[in-house]
Design a protein. Structure first.
Length: 510
């Protein structure tokens, strides 16, 4: 007698807090894809497709589709299991993903995901309700189930660290490896591997930026650590910070800068560059910043282990008495925590109250601008900033830090005197005086020369690498994607000439 065929009920769930129903056409297309796979696997579909909004404890993920595939026996007595699927807009990858995942034994992926996000959201709610609350027990969140979810977030095309273990290789016998990893942390025997130091060129400069590549196993722990820290400190971070935060971007920072210059009494911009910020973070001060909200000794021990892991450069080990490796998964959130207490709060509580005019801070990670109404405030702030940073082991780069006369009054005066106004760079853009289509003076944004030079150099080197080995028809789509990516970032509304140039290049590739 042949074994009974498995039956499934498929539910399409739309995780979209602001819209209660998914697009009906999209539902139909996605259901057909899953249906074809289920038939290919000789299964049957039972029940109807429903659309609903997940419960409030789910994270606010915009435009993400999840399929619930509930397994039932013909007798109807077996416990249902769940399987989650994240949408991919490219059909062939969706089908491949479904086939790979359904080939495994069913596990409660959705249940585990909900448990992890539910606990993290509870932490976020408590942190927001009481911004002085200190969390005493957090290390239990770094368990095998949550680390398995973090493994699914790892990107497969990243460089290996010193152990040369890829994501695919680490995924073999994943459950056993994660169990061993968690046990070693419980016994406090876990030792992160030294990060691999590599250098990448800076935009249009001979100087290079050092990056630290952690091992695959350490990335898993750092991803979970990052989730915990973000959910705690997002309640404390100020609106002036935009870098490496959920729901915030470079374009938002540029937009806020534009509004400040256009609608606030801004006459001067202080352009600040912190010299080798990531390499000079003081571990003692960073741990004190973390203790403002976290008193779990085990989690603090784990953070300190990562900070003291060391660096391997050209085969030689170097101890790290200070700094957080730029390129680490948890480094951006640690940097934000450090600058929140060192800079953001200090600016709001000390600098703004004593200023003579309007002042506003705009910070993206370690890139920051201070918009000032009075030149005296700008110069006084710059002197106070040097003292403040020196206290925490940091210093500004004198040749990259300056005060720029910039604002509507300066624009009007420069037009009368028929001279150019100063410009400045921020987040890859050059910001300058421009005119709208109606002739009004506005703040313009264009791709900076350094960013343009870096992009052109990168494309040139890539073309040299592939032109003798791959036919034109095979690599032109990749080149087109590179141009589109550049266009999507730098194609802001006021950069008409730059957008036109990129559009023309894209048309030539069609």
């Amino acid at each position: 007698m042949s074994a009974p065929r498995k039956a499934f009920r498929i539910q399409l769930v739309k995780v979209q807090p602001r819209q209660s129903l998914a697009n009906s056409l999209e539902q139909t297309i996605m259901l057909r894809k899953v249906t074809s796979v289920v038939k290919l696997m000789e299964w049957t579909i039972q029940g109807a497709t429903k659309v609903k909004v997940l419960s409030p404890e789910m994270p606010d993920v915009i435009e993400v589709d999840i399929f619930h595939i509930m397994e039932d026996s013909m007798k109807g007595n077996d416990k249902a299991s769940y399987h989650s699927l994240y949408r991919d807009r490219r059909p062939r990858y969706v089908l491949k993903w479904i086939l790979n995942e359904l080939g495994r034994s069913f596990v409660f992926l959705l249940r585990d995901w909900r448990n992890m996000q539910g606990k993290l959201n509870q932490i976020a709610v408590r942190a927001k309700q009481d911004k002085r609350l200190k969390f005493t027990s957090l290390i239990h969140l770094i368990n095998a189930e949550n680390l398995a979810e973090c493994y699914r977030e790892l990107k497969r095309n990243r460089a290996c660290s010193i152990d040369q273990v890829t994501v695919e290789v680490y995924g073999e016998n994943l459950e056993e490896k994660l169990k061993t990893l968690v046990d070693s942390m419980k016994r406090k025997q876990y030792q992160p591997q030294p990060v691999k130091r590599v250098y990448i060129p800076k935009a249009g400069r001979e100087e290079k930026r050092g990056l630290g590549i952690p091992s695959t196993e350490d990335k898993l722990v750092q991803i979970m650590l990052k989730k915990i820290l973000e959910n705690i400190y997002e309640a404390n971070f100020l609106d002036s910070s935009y870098g490496f935060r959920p729901g915030r971007s470079c374009h938002q920072a540029v937009n806020v800068l534009n509004k400040a210059v256009m609608y606030k009494p801004i006459n001067h911009i202080v352009e600040v560059d912190i010299k080798k910020f990531y390499d000079n973070i003081q571990h003692k001060w960073l741990m004190r910043c973390l203790r403002e909200r976290i008193t779990d000794p085990n989690l603090l021990w784990l953070v300190k282990r990562f900070l003291k892991a060391g660096i391997v450069e050209a085969g030689h080990y170097k101890a790290t008495e200070q700094g957080a490796p730029q390129g680490g998964v948890a480094s951006p959130v640690l940097a934000n925590i450090y600058l929140h207490y060192v800079l953001d709060l200090w600016f709001e509580k000390k600098c703004k109250p004593r200023s003579r005019g309007y002042m506003e801070l705009i910070r993206y990670a370690d890139d920051l601008l201070i918009c000032c109404e009075n030149e005296e405030d700008a110069r006084e702030f710059l002197e106070l900033l040097k003292q403040r940073l020196r206290k925490f082991g940091l210093e500004i780069s004198e040749n990259k830090t300056r005060i720029v006369k910039f604002g509507k009054k300066e624009w009007q005066q420069s037009v009368k005197e028929k001279r150019k106004t100063e410009s400045f760079n921020f987040l890859g853009f050059t910001h300058y005086r421009a005119r709208s289509r109606h002739g009004r003076l506005i703040m313009g944004h264009k791709t900076s020369k350094l960013s343009q030079a870096r992009k052109l150099k990168g494309i040139k080197e890539w073309l040299k690498m592939v032109r003798n080995y791959i036919c034109l028809k095979d690599w032109w789509q990749v080149l087109k994607a590179k141009l589109i990516g550049h266009y999507n970032y730098f194609g802001v509304s006021v950069q008409r000439s730059g957008r036109k140039w990129l559009r023309d290049k894209q048309k030539d590739l069609k």
